[in-house]
Design a protein. Sequence first.
Length: 385
Amino acid sequence: MNATPTHAHSHTPTFCTIVPPHILDKVSRNEDQSLAEPARRTLERDAAQRTRRRLLTVSAVRPMATGAPSDQAKRTIYDAKHHEDLPGKKVRGEGEKASKDQTVNRAYDGLGATFELYLKAYNRHSIDDSGLPLIASVHYSQDYNNAFWNGEQMVFGDGDGQIFLDFTLPVDVIGHELTHGVTASTANLEYFSQSGALNESISDVFGSLVKQYALQQTADQADWLIGAGLLAPRVQGVALRSMKAPGTAYDDDVLGKDPQPATMAGYVRTGQDNGGVHINSGIPNHAFYLAAAAIGGHAWEGAGQVWYDVLTGGTLSPRADFAEFAQLTVAAAKSRYGDGAEHDAVLKAWSQVGVPVNDPVAAASGADVPRQNPVPEGAQPPVQG
């Protein structure tokens, strides 16, 4: 199921950050200016990057692939030296010796871990399946509280040291951001409402799988956290998000409480955050965790293979909602594994989070499962963030 979707050549402009805007907005309004000011500056830089993406086209920066792609990653790490001109000074290339700067080495290793997961588990050659070189810049700007994929490269801030630490620390953050590139080159899920939440969730899924693959963890050994180790010691929390228990990643006087719901009963209807893409992604995240835990073993082999089949299969529409995605994962599980435990686990997982699939009882009762909200007539889907 690796056909190229017919819509994949019309890419949504891509700018994706690991820290959601609602977190930075909360911190930016704190009375302590030493906490608020870095968050405000980060929001301003993110807004500038989004504007930049609107002015560029993906086709203008991506070279045409020639020949068969290599099984070897092509990584280049740059040092932005706390400036904002990208990419910066080259400090490590593919196969070169490790740097004295551990941030450089973590970025290099994280790009490699992501390349390895996609190659070894799914026979995918880099994020575009054509051997796209992987580029990253570290030490971006001053006290920059984020990491992002801008459609061309990864960029890492050092954090402010008070709320966030170095953004190269969690390998799943790197896997998350690069997976936005995979999604853009396959299903190209539009970044609003439920399709946007699916876009975010898919990045969390494969970000977590990058970490699990690197550590060779089974589903029951994994922590299912996104961004563990990123929060500074003063913060009351363990990560940015939890796939196992959405809504429990943090509860802090500065950050607030993790707002993610685990089921449709807590679905958030909002006009902020492109319709709650970073919030409602907790629901499909939890469905994946439940399916992976029920199947057992290595999650990239069971549930991960099903999710990858749907992402790359060519039938997932850019404006897919949770119900469409759930239906396709159940069908993909049956296609790959038959009517066995994997199929049953995926079907049950979606039911547990309140997204029934082929459920005549729910359909007859008119169960209120929100659908994808349409883009207003004449409006353009927002740039990913």
